[in-house]
Design a protein around this ligand. Structure first.
Ligand code: MTE
Length: 313
């Protein structure tokens, strides 16, 4: 269970990640003393990523139990490192994430390339615990750290003619063994309508569980769009381009009958090869019903008023 907390404290600040999941055992073992102090955390807990400072508790969080750090970071889709779930954790360590820059360009008044250090200064970091529903039928609950994508897009001042946003991710054959296979038309490109990109739920994530993103989860920055299937969440972004044409995404190119541009979570529209009505939450045995817009309908349904969501899937 998620630990009880005051509203202004984020869970990952109360209990550093290695303890987050095993907190009860530690409390039993150490009594009421300072757990973090007793273990010398901050001075090198085993394999902990760099902790992110000053994280605030963001809006829209679910109080569902977060998936374990282990599952979130070892059961991944990152095809640049292979198509099975375990390869990204094994192989993504080779990807160089320092230095890193992201170009924001296209139909904007002030195109600019941001060093990752400058991206981190654009807005206060928030923790947002979002559901992630993969198109394959599994789901997780992930305590992301980031800030609304809008904060970055406003910096470059989109032109009135900008209607869509493209996200281009790293293509580096030297460190990415998966790109040698023509599984997708590399680099991995995703897209959103501009109003979707500016929606307050849409997150530019730089961390999870209070730490910098592990490489396999899309370091150093990735997109998180919780009402859409997980594949919209482009990882390791290097370029963001505003356009007036609907982007052609990597998945649409690979299989246009199966993957549409919108990709909103919709239990009523099946994937041609399987049902989307239910999902398996990683760590749970029984399947649960998939919710329209992944449960974020109150926030986002209005974006699609009057649209036939079977046609625009
Ligand atoms: N981004 C890139 N660059 N390459 C990918 O293969 N896979 C997508 C998405 N982003 C992918 C990607 C898919 S299919 C999913 S479900 C999510 O990342 C998985 O994110 P996670 O591994 O952090 O849970």
């Amino acid at each position: 269970m998620l630990i009880k907390r005051r509203d202004d404290i984020v869970p990952s600040e109360i209990t550093p990640r290695p303890l987050f999941e095993r907190r009860r055992e530690f409390i039993k073992a150490l009594g009421a003393g300072s757990i973090a102090g007793a273990l010398g955390l901050g001075s090198g807990a085993a394999q902990a990523g760099a902790r992110l400072a000053g994280i605030q508790r963001g809006p829209f969080g679910t109080d569902e139990k977060p998936t374990s750090f282990k599952d979130i970071t070892t059961y991944n889709n990152f095809y640049e490192f292979g198509t099975d779930k375990y390869s990204p954790a094994e192989k993504a360590g080779r990807m160089k994430t320092q230095p890193w820059a992201v170009a924001v360009e296209g139909l904007v008044h002030k195109p600019r390339t941001f060093a990752i250090e400058d991206v981190l200064k654009l807005a206060p970091l928030e923790e947002r615990i979002y559901r992630l529903r993969c198109v394959e039928g599994w789901s997780m609950v992930i305590p992301w750290v980031g800030f609304p994508l809008e904060k970055l897009l406003r910096q470059v001042e989109p032109l009135g003619s900008a209607k869509y946003v493209e996200f281009w991710t790293l293509y580096d054959p030297k460190s990415m063994p998966g790109v040698r296979l023509p599984v997708l038309d590399w680099p991995y490109v995703e897209g959103l309508r501009l109003d979707e990109a500016l929606h307050p739920l849409t997150l530019l994530a730089v961390g999870l569980y209070g730490e910098e993103l592990p490489n396999q989860n899309g370091a150093p920055l990735r997109l998180v769009v919780p009402w859409k299937y997980g594949f919209k969440g482009a990882k390791s972004i290097v370029r963001i381009r505003l356009t007036d044409k609907q982007p052609e995404t990597a998945w649409m190119k690979a299989s246009p009958g199966e993957y549409g541009f919108y990709s909103n979570v919709n239990p009523e529209v099946d994937h041609p090869r399987w049902s989307q009505a239910t999902e398996r939450r990683i760590g749970e045995f029984f399947k649960r019903k998939t919710l329209m817009f992944n449960g974020y309908g109150d926030q986002v349904a209005r974006l699609y008023t009057g649209m036939d969501l079977r046609k625009y899937f």
